[in-house]
Write a protein that binds this ligand. Structure first.
Ligand SMILES: [Zn+2]
Length: 355
């Protein structure tokens, strides 16, 4: 999809969906199929290895029983889930020969095998069809994962995604020494971390990195934050959720659609709760709860007449307005504006057992 096609529509008729990738569009971590292909070598190297935890000094025996246990290796020496440690662990293990095919083609092929969420990627096409000629819908993926893994997936291959922001790998040996034979990644050229996801949301709204630090008038924005949805499972999304919500975007937390346990986990996680407008089962099929919610909110966005600044609504919600006069203005506005009221109440749906 060509992003610039959005410009054929006025700002208020451009809608953007920003997706986290792992456990938002997929049912497993994107690295799992690749790690599964290399699992025997990983296990041979690390399972049962005795190490001293550098952070606590305690002696531990590494236990690697399934592909996702690989992340425990970088958790041991790095900051867990920061999107950086595991990339360096993989680069090292590729150099040591433990991980094979750590190349663009190798990772794309493994990325194609990831289990994607029900209704994906058809959802992307169907939603566009549903709103054809009424507005323009753009899709973005922002992930702390690896770009070639995402590019290889059926979601990216569907041709529906406008842009992918993820960690980019690079083969420096090829660049500096002209080594063409392997193409094996040996370095990182750009990294996405949980916190930097927020920067990408700003970049998307402003229409690219060239505008990232510019002060722009509302009408020069590529997307109005109020016409943006941010979807994520919450693991690396909190900061982006918080920022986008303050700006008036719709934040949707998703969980495994048929799992009571996953629902309980997300429902009791206050960090996620406070930042979401909705918590929905991860089922993108036509007619699902998520499908209906999205369609209803797109309609609300397109019919919006209110010009009240969403940041005041968000501050009011969080009881952060110090000035009593401003507080009173917001409170009086909320009494008569259904659009702004709709930004306050969370829409929480239990697991969907329609299967
Ligand atoms: Zn309003």
């Amino acid at each position: 999809m060509a992003l610039k096609d959005a410009l054929k529509y006025p700002l208020e008729k451009r809608i953007a969906l920003i997706f986290d990738y792992d456990l938002t569009m997929t049912e497993e971590f994107q690295q799992v199929p690749y790690l599964a292909d290399n699992f025997r070598a990983i296990q041979r190297m690390y399972d049962g290895m005795e190490k001293t935890n550098p952070k606590t000094g305690e002696k531990i025996t590494l236990s690697i029983k399934q592909p996702a246990d690989y992340f425990r290796l970088s958790d041991l020496w790095g900051e867990p889930h920061n999107g950086v440690g595991y990339v360096h662990q993989m680069l090292r293990d590729a150099r040591k020969g433990i991980l094979k095919n750590f190349t663009e083609d190798g990772l794309r092929a493994a990325g194609a095998k990831v289990q994607i969420s029900p209704g994906m990627p058809e959802f992307l096409k169907k939603l566009r069809r549903e709103w054809k000629d009424k507005c323009h819908i753009s899709y973005f993926i922002v992930s702390v994962g690896l770009e070639p893994l995402i590019e290889g997936s059926t979601i990216a291959q569907s041709g529906q995604i406008d842009e992918i922001y993820a960690t980019k790998l690079y083969c420096l040996d090829e660049f500096w020494e002209g080594k063409k034979n392997s193409g094996m990644y040996d370095s990182v050229s750009e990294i996405v971390t949980p916190f930097s996801k927020t920067g990408h949301a700003i970049e998307i709204a402003k229409g690219g990195r060239v505008n990232l630090n510019k002060v722009m008038k509302h009408l020069s924005y590529f997307f109005d934050y109020r016409n943006m949805f941010v979807l994520g499972d919450g693991t690396s999304d909190i900061s982006q959720f918080a920022y986008a919500r303050r700006k008036g975007s719709r934040i949707i937390g998703v969980y495994k659609y048929d799992s009571v346990e996953a629902f309980d986990n997300i429902r009791t996680n206050k960090l996620i709760q406070d930042r979401c407008n909705a918590i929905k089962p991860r089922n993108y099929r036509e007619g699902s709860d998520l499908w209906n919610y999205m369609n209803q909110k797109i309609k609300v966005m397109l019919e919006r007449a209110c010009t009240f600044d969403p940041e005041f609504i968000d501050m009011y919600r969080k009881k952060k307005i110090r000035n009593l006069k401003i507080k009173d203005i917001v409170s009086r506005h909320l009494k008569k504006c259904s659009y702004c009221n709709g930004l306050l109440d969370p829409s929480i749906s239990p697991p969907d057992d329609s299967e």
